[in-house]
Design a protein around this ligand. Structure first.
Ligand code: CLR
Length: 419
């Protein structure tokens, strides 16, 4: 690092000690800025379209007996776990690979969208819709649809950060739901907490921690525990996933039907039962280095709508790539002022900004049962707006219960934004 960069990093580090929890308010030195908006991160949920639809293909024969039906259901839970693990490398390691360290992404503006598709010869078209549904706090919602297999995913996420010692600690808010319509089956997943390591040496990277869950509508629950360097394996990006028949039996590790462990950024192994699988004797579960992510297809900038992320941020992104601090600032201010004017006009006219493809549903008032209500019940998770994965009757199991839900009709009626 140059002397100038190193001194700006030092002042950045001292600025974060007086940090208020809003990551957008951090003024980071230009070399730590990424030219990519957070609204793009939704694409990482389906960069392996074959794994995304795999579980929907694991169906027992029509004349199968109970044991075979049960075995297939467990296979699907394992497959969904593999899909989930396969998303983590891009979600959390991509910037380190492509830019040398974790970076501060662009903070999406309200109404910013990002759309695209994967055309895989084997599994057909998978469509991505991502929309910034809230700016304060920042929330991104997404829908991912593969119509040829009747598989869809919807979810949303936001973060809250705190600073401790030499790291930034981040709690995620939100969840996702994978739906396999041919099987009438759905899976709820929660989002793990994380922290940023490597701040002192100006080479930040994400480490996952704590626990996340995958709950199936057929009862199976997967508990995934994360740790990093210096914890139980000594390696970074480590996880252990245990699959149980239901939430009740997950109280005792010995009840695990299957255990998977290893590095989510690298290799992991799988074994029956509750013993930790070994790389020497057990079957390889997933090798994140061996399977290249499939690139999402996005329209060229000229044919994008002004609300589409890459078009909207083009000038800021160019300035970041040139490390031109004044220009970054200038171009960002143009967008920020536009947004401020829009909010002012909305306030004057009393017309609130309308989200495009997602509705904010109040589940405390909602009578109708949908996958979210059913799955949180099965997993014993709170429906309230606590950190992702908060349990029922925990201290977070109170307050509002508003969650973003995909409105597919709105997408079908969409005329301005095209794939
Ligand atoms: C967004 C939702 C994705 C998973 C994900 C991956 C990396 C996270 C990001 C989320 C939120 C913003 C984040 C980022 C890593 C670093 C960045 C926490 C959760 C913060 C804003 C940058 C801090 C600045 C340092 C790099 C100095 O599905």
């Amino acid at each position: 690092m140059s002397q100038a960069s190193s001194s700006s990093w030092t002042s950045f580090l001292s600025s974060i000690t007086s940090f208020n929890g809003d990551l957008a308010s951090l003024t980071a030195p230009p070399f730590i800025l990424s030219p990519t908006s957070l609204v793009e991160f939704s694409q990482y949920w389906a960069e392996h379209p074959d794994l995304f639809v795999e579980a929907s293909l694991l169906r027992a024969d029509d004349n199968a007996g109970a044991p075979e039906i049960e075995a297939m259901a467990l296979k699907r839970a394992i497959s969904v776990t593999k899909w989930f693990i396969s998303t983590l490398r891009s979600q959390y390691c991509l910037r380190n690979e492509s830019m040398g360290s974790e970076k501060k992404p662009l903070n999406p503006f309200l109404g910013e969208v990002f759309v695209g598709k994967w055309d895989s010869p084997l599994v057909g078209e998978t469509v991505l819709l991502s929309e910034q549904v809230s700016h304060h706090p920042a929330v991104t919602a997404y829908g991912i649809i593969n119509a040829s297999h009747n598989v869809s995913l919807q979810g949303y996420n936001g973060v809250k950060a705190t600073i401790s010692k030499a790291s930034i600690n981040v709690k995620q808010y939100g969840h996702g739901i994978l739906q396999l319509d041919d099987l009438n089956e759905s899976y709820l997943y929660t989002l793990p907490p994380l922290h940023i390591e490597g701040l002192i040496s100006a080479s930040p990277f994400v480490e996952l921690e704590g626990t996340s869950y995958i709950q199936s509508s057929n009862g199976f629950i997967v508990q995934i525990d994360y740790s990093g360097r210096g914890y139980f394996s000594g390696k970074k990006h480590t996880f252990k996933a245990r699959i149980y028949r239901d939430q009740l039996s997950s109280a005792n590790k010995d009840n695990a039907l299957v255990t998977i462990s290893g590095q989510w950024s690298d290799k992991s192994y799988i074994a029956k039962g509750s013993a930790t699988p070994s790389s020497k004797t057990d079957e390889l579960f997933y090798d994140a280095m061996a399977v290249k992510p499939e690139q999402l297809q996005v329209k060229p900038l000229e044919s994008q709508h002004p609300l589409e992320s890459r078009r909207a941020w083009k000038k800021v992104a160019d300035a970041i790539k040139k490390s031109d601090y004044d220009q970054i600032h200038q171009e960002k201010s143009i967008i920020e002022n536009e947004q401020r004017d829009l909010r002012k006009k909305e306030q004057e006219s009393g017309a609130k900004w309308q989200t495009r493809w997602f509705d904010n549903v109040d589940y405390a008032a909602e009578q109708k049962h949908d996958p979210f209500t059913n799955l949180t019940n099965l997993a014993n998770l709170s429906i309230h707006n606590g950190p992702s994965g908060s349990a029922k009757s925990s201290k977070y199991d109170t307050g509002e219960a508003k969650h973003w839900r995909l409105n597919l009709d709105n997408w079908k009626q969409e005329t301005e934004i095209k794939l």
